[in-house]
Structures are given as C-alpha cells and as structure tokens.
Design a protein around this ligand. Structure first.
Ligand SMILES: Nc1nc2c(c(=O)[nH]1)N[C@H]1C(S)=C(S)[C@@H](COP(=O)(O)O)O[C@H]1N2
Ligand SMILES: [Mo]
Length: 221
C-alpha cells in the first residue's frame, strides 16, 4: 500500500473517532461562577446563547437595599430581604422559556416556590390573582391556583449562576407553560388580590391566559 493512502485512511479514522468522543460540554465558566449545561440528563442552553427581552433595558438592583414587598390580601404584609428569600426552601427545575415572538431556550431555574413564599405572609381565602410588579414599571399577573398547582418558582439562579442583572436580578418568575411575558423579571412587589389584572403586554391586547401554543392575542368582543 502506498504511504499516502495509509495516511489518508488513518486521517479518516481519526476524524470519525474524534467525532464520536467529542461530547457536549457539561459546564463552562460564567464570570467567576460555574455555569452547568446539563441537569438530570437534560441539556441546557448556555446563558450566552439565551435571548432576552426588556421594555426599558437592564435594571441594576442593589442586593443589600433590595426588598421584595408582599402585600394585598395577606395576613401579614412583609418586606423580604434577598437573604430571607434565598434562605427559604430551594427548588430546581428545567423549564423552557417561550417568547410569544417565536424564540425559546431551555434552562435550569433555582429558587423558591410561590407557595412557600405566600405561606410566609398567609393569603386570604378569597385570593384568586397574584400580580407581579417590576423595577422597570413592567407588571403581569397569574392565577393563584396556577401558581400553587404547578409549583411555580421565583428564580434567583439560572443554570446554577446567580441571576445576572440583564436577566432579572434578583428575581424572575418561572411561569412554566406560559408565554415569556408572564415571566416577570426584577420583581419588587407582589400583590395578592381577588380580581383579574392585565399587565403591561396584556393591556396592549396580549392574551391574559398566555398558554404556550394557545392564542397570543385576546379575542375581540
Ligand atoms: N420586568 C420585566 N420583565 C419581563 C419583561 C420586561 O420587559 N420587563 N419582558 C418579558 C418578556 S416579553 C419575555 S419574552 C421574557 C424574557 O425573559 P429573559 O430575558 O429571561 O429571556 O421576560 C419577560 N419579563
Ligand atoms: Mo416575550
């Protein structure tokens, strides 16, 4: 066999073999933290490849002076510090964010269950709606039953990295199976109420149900 042919054959074998062993990266560095790219066998979209959306650009919230106000139909209205929130029982899950515009990504979200947060203040028997208000003037709402039945979490970590400022630090709602506009970021106030509420995009005609796969717009009466 000619040496050139041998070199060619070995090169082909090498290329095929290296293709087989090169696996997807399990983690990478994000600032001075480790971003994990897989969780319980599911692969996650790296933060650098996740799209985002904001009506007024990034909000920079100071961790020390930050307070989350929880009020409305509650027994004990309260201001939570960042440490108090992150000190509550922690839950992680892999959830897709689907913007109504058509893009999506998959991430691991870690935070506190809305049920555990609401248990801290107590909620009135007649409470039906939870309204989320953000530092940029954004707002949205979801049904109390939806939040409790689906174990919806308020996230403070994304792929095991502290939620970055441009992504909603300190808190983003992980509104599983709802369009992205229900995923409030930079949340500063939560109001529990007994009447329906239309948030920023919902007032402009976006469907208040916001079920992924369902209609993007409210039906005209
Ligand atoms: N405070 C605030 N939250 C917000 C928005 C916003 O403009 N302000 N945009 C919403 C929309 S339309 C989407 S698609 C998601 C995007 O979330 P991401 O930045 O984590 O990808 O944030 C939602 N939450
Ligand atoms: Mo969106």
């Amino acid at each position: 066999m000619k040496p050139i042919l041998l070199v060619l054959i070995f090169s082909v074998i090498f290329v095929i073999a290296s293709g087989c062993v090169s696996e997807k990266k399990e983690s990478e560095t994000y600032g001075n933290q480790t971003e994990n790219l897989s969780y319980k066998g599911e692969s996650l979209t790296p933060i650098a490849q996740q799209r985002n959306n904001a009506i007024e650009g990034t909000q920079y919230i100071d961790k020390e002076s930050y307070r989350l106000r929880v009020e409305g139909l509650v027994e004990n209205p309260r201001n939570f510090t960042y440490e108090e929130i992150t000190g509550l029982p922690e839950t992680s899950k892999v959830v897709d964010l689907n913007c109504v515009e058509g893009w999506s990504f998959t991430a691991k979200w870690t935070g506190v269950k809305m049920a555990d947060l609401i248990a801290e203040t107590g909620a009135g028997e007649n409470a039906t709606t939870v309204v989320f208000y953000s530092a940029d003037g954004y707002s949205t709402s979801l049904d109390m039953d939806y939040l409790l039945e689906n174990e919806i979490i308020l996230a403070y970590k994304l792929n095991d990295v502290t939620l970055p400022p441009e992504r909603g630090f300190p808190l983003q709602l992980v509104a599983e199976s709802k369009y992205g506009y229900k995923w409030a970021k930079w949340i500063v106030r939560i109001e529990i109420s007994n009447s329906p509420y239309k948030g920023y995009w919902e007032k402009k005609g976006y469907n208040n149900r916001a079920d992924v796969g369902g209609p993007a717009f409210e039906r005209r009466e």
